[in-house]
Design a protein around this ligand. Structure first.
Ligand SMILES: *[C@@H]1O[C@H](CO)[C@@H](O)[C@H](O)[C@H]1NC(C)=O
Ligand SMILES: *[C@@H]1O[C@H](CO)[C@@H](O)[C@H](O)[C@H]1NC(C)=O
Length: 505
């Protein structure tokens, strides 16, 4: 038959006729058919994805956006709670084979730790490493009693003191009190420089020539985030994540509260809603507040001596992404991520300054400490902000999802610890990006619903606490200025304390 004229036509008619000739050819035909269907599908999906990506661009100008949603992904619910892929990366905090046994003999460092609970914890972990570098014995630190939180707790009220000493016994000698005969000898009172490195602390050992005791009045940020020996970095991790365990009574109540939260819906979000008076006054963020509320905050700022910046433009702060999310913004945010109204949201914070109902109207299962613990249980914690903060720490560490609304010491410490424990889900709001979105909602350029969901989900795809290396300083920042802007070691101890090792721990 020679009726077919085109090349393609003739070859296909040839194929079909030869396919029909035996059964193996039929098989080949079907394989080709399946391949064709697969390739076709692949391309059409690609086109779809590209369209979705287009929709994910922030709408510009004044047009109201109404993007039609593609149907909800079937695994959407699963994704809400699933931890990010950890890629076989896990905690590795044990010393290397080069590590020498405990040092520190008859030279002592005494220390007053400063700040709130988490600033003190990271400061103490740093001082453990510094004592090691300086070959000193560390005396159990005094805690800050004068900070904003006015807590009179001593070390053993908050931490398991014996466990702390014992678990670091191969690293640093730690004692509860300075030996009696040294209490009255002159001490070197030394404000160590901030972000010091190994060289700096080796230099500081010269002080031992003249003094047997060094007193350090401030512990925060005394140690650089980067460029320290691997064994020093791992020691910091052992100190913070293992040795600085909370006191047995705090641990016990913390675990109990976690169980009670779980018993409600199975899962819960811990929300570090840093919408507290001190934070708002300090940061100058008054968006959404009344004039009298703003004035109230301004006065607190003016009257707090150690807050150096007094004049703050709230609008500029907010646009730069430097304000904690408001209760209303958090509600919109969580809803846009897809969390249903029944979600249990634990508020890991002190007293919320204002407008909490803007959150509870969307998430009625918002819970505070006093809603999961009895008055009796909480009695011992009143006037002990650091101990209360420790409960929040435990509940946040164990939560299915942790959401910090501001990047403070607590947020960083919990995020890092969750990374170490197997990349538990931590959703870090992109505050700068969100402000743009919220402002579009406010002005009516964007509606709540499908398009908002797409924008918010897209913005946070890579902000779920999955493994990534700690970030250095942004390009162009040199010298000492870079130390301040590097990502905190304790926020992300990868690569030093998180690796692809076969051995656990
Ligand atoms: C550490 O200090 C002790 C005395 O306190 C001293 O005997 C020892 O040699 C020192 N070790 C190092 C490595 O400097
Ligand atoms: C604050 O900053 C915004 C944006 O830069 C500006 O429009 C506004 O006038 C400033 N407000 C004051 C009180 O300076």
């Amino acid at each position: 038959m020679k009726t077919v004229t085109t090349r393609g036509g003739s070859s296909s008619s040839f194929r079909i006729s030869s396919f029909c000739s035996n059964s193996s050819s039929i098989l080949r035909f079907f394989i080709l058919l399946i391949l064709f269907i697969f390739v076709f599908n692949f391309y059409s999906r690609r086109v779809l994805e590209d369209e979705e990506n287009l929709n994910l661009q922030l709408p510009s100008h004044n047009d109201v956006v109404s993007v039609s949603v593609s149907q909800q992904l079937p695994d959407d619910n699963y994704k809400l709670w699933k931890p990010p892929i950890s890629d076989g990366l896990r905690s590795c905090v044990n010393p290397t084979s080069r590590y020498q046994g405990v040092q520190g003999g008859d030279r002592y460092i005494t220390l007053r730790s400063n700040g709130g609970l988490n600033q003190m914890r990271t400061g103490i972990a740093d001082m453990v490493a510094i004592a090691r570098m300086m070959n000193a014995t560390l005396v159990i630190p005094e805690l800050d009693k004068r900070s904003f939180w006015q807590d009179k707790s001593i070390f053993s009220d908050i931490f398991d003191e014996d466990y702390f000493i014992d678990s670091l016994k191969r690293d640093v000698r730690i004692i509860k009190k300075l030996p009696y005969e040294l209490v009255n000898v002159p001490r070197a009172r030394k404000h160590f420089t901030s972000w010091g490195g190994l060289g700096y602390y080796e230099e500081m050992t010269k002080l031992w020539a003249d003094y047997q005791v060094i007193h350090v009045p401030k512990s925060d940020s005394r140690l650089a985030n980067n460029d320290l020996p691997l064994d020093i970095q791992r020691l910091r991790c052992r100190a913070l994540y293992h040795a600085l365990r909370f006191s047995p009574s705090i641990e016990t109540l913390g675990k109990k509260l976690v169980e009670r939260l779980r018993s409600r819906e199975g899962r819960y979000i811990s929300l570090h809603l840093r919408y507290e008076k001190d934070m708002l006054a300090f940061s100058g963020c008054t968006y959404g507040l009344s004039d009298s509320e703003s004035e109230d905050l301004r006065l607190l700022r003016e009257n707090t001596n150690h807050w150096k910046v007094k004049k703050i433009n709230s609008t500029e702060q907010r646009i730069a992404g430097l304000c904690p999310l408001t209760p209303k913004e958090v509600g919109i945010f969580l809803q846009a991520l897809g969390y249903p109204p029944s979600t249990v949201v634990y508020i890991a914070a002190g007293e919320i300054y204002a407008h909490l109902s803007d959150l509870t109207s969307r998430f009625p299962n918002v819970l505070f400490k006093d809603m999961v613990a009895s008055e009796e249980e909480l009695k011992v914690y009143s006037n002990h902000a650091s101990q209360t903060a420790a409960l929040d720490y435990i509940i946040s560490l164990e939560s299915d999802v942790f959401v910090p609304t501001y990047s403070g010491n607590m947020a960083r410490a919990v995020e890092g610890h969750r990374r170490l424990l197997g990349h538990r889900k931590t959703i870090t709001p992109d505050r700068k990006g969100l402000v743009e979105i919220f402002d579009k909602l406010e002005s009516g350029q964007l509606n709540e619903g499908a398009s908002l969901q797409h924008l918010v989900k897209h913005l946070h795809e890579k902000r779920q606490g999955g493994p990534r290396k700690r970030e250095g300083a942004p390009d162009g920042i040199r010298g000492r200025a870079r130390f301040k802007v590097e990502e905190s070691f304790y926020q992300n101890p990868y690569p030093e304390c998180i690796c692809k090792s076969k051995h656990r721990k």
